[in-house]
Unconditional design. Structure first.
Lengths: 326, 396
């Protein structure tokens, strides 16, 4: 079986789910005839027709609101935000309606919102953001963020089959990145929501991370491995619910913990993990918990500025050395 | 629908349609002053006397008219009870009255088929009753009982029931429009001809949500009817501070929705006929329809609000333009009802609400131990644990 890109894995997952279950359909801007701004839904309209691939007017809130309505009927809609940043225009329907319906009056809301997210592509302040923390605080939502083609496919399937609103963060910098291409398991499989993955095994320190930072963290760990230090990298895959046991088991093993996020650090999800580790594994720690994230600025356009703002392999490596030296 | 005893008729058997309502609405629109804050107190003071009866041009049979009248009377009895319970501290949080707006809710919902859906707003309690929500379940929600649609998790009219085709409102206005269109568009994918009916206050038409959702629905030709319920105040804000368009229905043309009428929202039969026509058009495939119904909010935004910002003479005017009294006058003139039948019916409706209260008082409040149950659909909602309908998804 040939290695496939991350974007191909998402497309394959979507197509297979649409074949498997005729209640699955897609809606979004430019996703039909054009095939989506990034091409994730390319050719779906040819295969499934415009009945199941809706080219919609330019309105994030209406796209999400109609997806909720269709989910109440019993469909399993997959809504695309052209860029994750634009979910700001659909925020209300997600947090006020989708997240609360089951808790309030009982019906399931089985829907997925796909969010092409992340920086490193000179997208500037409106096309590069990481907004998982906005939703991390909202009970009723599930948040997933695959970092590999295998999980991209496994999690889009799991998200579609889930009976709750699921936000699917797909990293656009990973879409066609050759080095993340891989063979994915044959046949039908899902990556269970709420399970982390050990991206790299180690024993001297643990990095807990997600999205593209998984790859950067592994790269930093490899550099240190040449010096005989083995760093474990946990790929969270799901942020809400997250895999507490996997995080704690690794930290108990290595005694040093570092959180890495691409998001602006203040108020990022990393604080929650630091609190968890401090609560449940304090006596195992040999060093204060370390955090690496983006600077607290909007994400700038110019490459030198963007690079200065975002975490990268070098910054992770530096922080790791500090953690290990404590 | 409730069984209804038809009174013996007396007097004349047919009603001559008059132009009263139509003429009135024109004069009403002419009298609207806009954008002049100094004249705000007389913002919407009509210069013509309030109509006493209804136009009376309807396809509804006598029995149906009486049934519709009964829903409006029940709606008022229910609202009266809520006000009373609020004042006694037994309904807490917010209590919203639809006093004077019973026609816009009940008569429009009366135009729907059983499997059509509604997306009510806070003042559309009448629509929920017509759609089949039992007064006791409704009251139980207000009084946060475990045996209620939300089991105490949300208050007032914020409840839904998919069995009855009812989507629960949220406080963020405009949002329900998209849920309604999404629901019926999904139904259309399954080959069903279901129509959605939803309401929006004139104030809420100022939201981006209204614009985006109506435009979306229009483009998708969603089989949906949106009633702009112009009750002239959004909390304390009068129409002149909301929008400068001559009619709120004028917004429709921007979405390619043609012939959006502005109607007398206190004429139950006109509301019914106009909604029926729009529902039929939506069902035929003519796409999303808009109606503006002129009515008036005779109480404050909620029970806590004395609404001192509303000129007294305006309230007095609308007390004379009461949709139930007008319907009564019409029924009496037509010989479809007599005064003793009306009194008896009102007493029955009050009793129905009293009975509901007795039942509700015997129901337990929710168990604090259940507070975290069912945040996700992996666990059932505590009030719906044995609900096959919700948990086996038998609703389509």
């Amino acid at each position: 079986m040939a290695a496939i890109t991350y974007i191909q894995a998402i497309s394959d997952g979507l197509r297979e789910e649409m074949q498997r279950d005729d209640s699955v359909f897609c809606l979004g801007q430019d996703i039909g005839v054009y095939g989506g701004a990034f091409g994730v839904t390319k050719d779906l309209i040819t295969q499934f027709g415009e009945e199941r691939v809706w080219d919609t007017p330019l309105s994030e809130t209406a796209i999400i609101g109609n997806a909720i309505g269709a989910a109440l009927y019993g469909m399993r809609p997959v809504a695309e935000m052209q860029f994750a940043d634009f979910v700001a225009c659909g925020f209300n329907q997600i947090v006020s309606n989708a997240a609360k319906i089951h808790y309030r009056w009982g019906p399931k809301v089985p829907m997925v919102v796909r969010l092409p997210w992340g920086g490193g592509v000179s997208g500037g302040p409106f096309h590069s953001g990481c907004m998982e923390a906005w939703f991390f605080n909202v009970p009723g939502l599930k948040l997933v963020c695959p970092s590999t083609p295998t999980d991209a496919k496994g999690l889009i399937k799991a998200a579609i089959r889930d009976d709750n609103p699921v936000l699917y963060f797909e990293h656009k910098h990973l879409y066609r990145l050759p080095k993340v291409k891989e063979e994915v398991p044959e046949g039908d499989y899902v990556t269970p929501i709420g399970t982390a993955r050990i991206a790299r095994e180690g024993k001297h320190a643990t990095i807990i991370t997600y999205g593209i930072m998984v790859h950067y963290s592994v790269e930093a760990a490899e550099t240190l491995a040449k010096e005989g230090v083995e760093v474990e990298v946990i790929d969270l895959r799901s942020l809400r619910p997250f895999d507490k046991e996997a995080v704690l088991a690794s930290v108990r093993k290595t005694s040093r913990a570092m959180l890495v996020t691409e998001a602006t650090i203040t108020g990022s999800i990393t604080g929650e993990f630091a609190a968890l580790i401090s609560d449940a594994a304090f006596e195992h720690l040999d060093a204060p918990i370390k955090r690496v994230g983006a600077l607290d600025t909007p994400i700038p356009y110019a490459p030198p500025l963007e690079q200065a703002m975002l975490p990268d392999v070098k910054k992770i490596e530096t922080a790791l050395r500090e953690l290990l030296a404590y | 629908m409730h069984a209804i005893v038809i009174p013996a008729t007396r007097g004349k058997q047919s009603v001559t349609p008059s132009a009263t309502g139509t003429v009135w609405i024109k004069k009403f629109l002419d009298s609207r002053l806009r954008g002049n804050d100094k004249k705000r107190v007389s913002d919407n003071m009509p210069k013509t006397a309030a109509p006493k009866s209804l136009k009376g041009k309807t396809s509804l049979k006598k029995e149906q008219q009486l049934e519709l009248y009964r829903w409006m009377v029940l709606n008022r009895a229910f609202d009266d009870k809520i006000s009373l319970l609020y004042r006694r501290g037994l309904v807490i949080g917010a209590a919203f009255s639809s006093l004077g707006q019973e026609a816009t809710s009940c008569a429009s919902t009366y135009a729907l088929n059983k499997d059509d859906i509604i997306g009510p707003m806070i003042r559309n309690s009448g629509s929920m009753l017509v759609k089949g929500m039992a007064p006791r379940d409704f009251l139980a929600n207000y009084m946060f009982r475990v045996n209620s649609p939300t089991g105490g998790r949300d208050g007032n009219t914020h409840m839904g029931d998919l069995r009855l085709g009812m989507i629960a409102p949220v406080s963020m206005l405009g949002c329900t429009i998209a849920l309604c269109s999404g629901f019926v568009l999904a139904a259309r994918m399954r080959g069903e001809k279901r129509v959605a009916l939803t309401w929006i206050g004139e104030g809420s038409t100022s939201t981006g949500e209204f614009h985006e959702d109506v435009n979306f629905a229009a483009v998708m030709k969603a089989p949906m009817v949106v009633i702009i319920e112009n009750n002239q105040y959004a909390y304390s804000t009068p129409t002149s501070k909301q929008c400068l368009a001559e009619r709120f229905a004028d917004k429709a043309i921007g979405y390619g929705i043609k012939n959006a009428p502005t109607i007398d929202g206190n004429d139950a039969l006109e509301v019914y006929e106009t909604t029926k026509k729009a529902v039929d058009a939506a069902r035929r495939g003519d796409g999303t329809q808009i109606i503006e119904a002129i009515t008036f909010r005779r109480k404050g935004h909620a029970e806590h609000d004395p609404a001192k910002y509303v000129p007294k003479e305006l309230v007095e005017y609308w007390e004379k333009n009461d949709p139930i009294t007008r319907f009564e006058n019409y029924l009496l003139d037509a010989g479809y009802a007599n005064e003793s039948w009306i009194e008896k019916l009102k007493a029955q409706c009050r009793q129905e609400v009293e009975d509901a209260e007795v039942w509700v008082n015997a129901q337990p409040q929710p168990d604090p131990a259940t507070v975290a149950q069912g945040v996700y659909a992996d666990q059932p909602h505590p009030a719906h644990e044995n609900d096959d309908f919700l948990y086996k998804q038998k609703f389509h």
